[in-house]
Design a protein around this ligand. Structure first.
Ligand code: CA
Ligand code: CA
Length: 123
């Protein structure tokens, strides 16, 4: 019985030490989650016929902060050359119907990133 009590006390002290250390350091940042809406939003250009098409990373989120950066790989080649800053939408230049491999990289307010690729179908 005495041994059990001692072990229990040790575990309690350990857990208190653990929590004290964690709160002293602050909680580590949770990385963001990138997601893409596989929808092309067409803003009707009217008689000019210059419809604007965008992809939307609106479903992306950061649980413990906010998303401050969106970068895009609109030609699917693995490099994110389009930076829309804090805007979660990017205009795309697709004109021909087909499937396009599009990626987004989001950055949270602690500088962590996540990427997500999806097929975007233009009919
Ligand atoms: Ca975060
Ligand atoms: Ca690219």
């Amino acid at each position: 019985m005495k041994k059990f009590l001692t072990m229990g006390l040790s575990a309690l002290i350990l857990s208190m030490l653990c929590c004290a250390a964690a709160s002293a350091q602050g909680s580590p940042n949770q990385p963001p989650h990138a997601d893409l809406q596989v929808v092309i939003i067409i803003i009707n250009g009217g008689s000019s016929g210059s419809d604007k098409k965008s992809v939307d990373a609106g479903p992306s989120y950061d649980l413990d902060g906010e998303l401050v950066g969106f970068e895009w790989d609109l030609d699917g080649n693995g490099s994110f050359e389009t930076d829309t800053g804090g805007l979660s939408r990017a205009e795309v230049g697709f004109t021909e119907p087909g499937d396009y491999w599009v990626g987004v990289r989001v950055t949270d307010d602690a500088g962590d990133t996540d990427t997500h690729y999806a097929w975007v179908t233009l009919n």
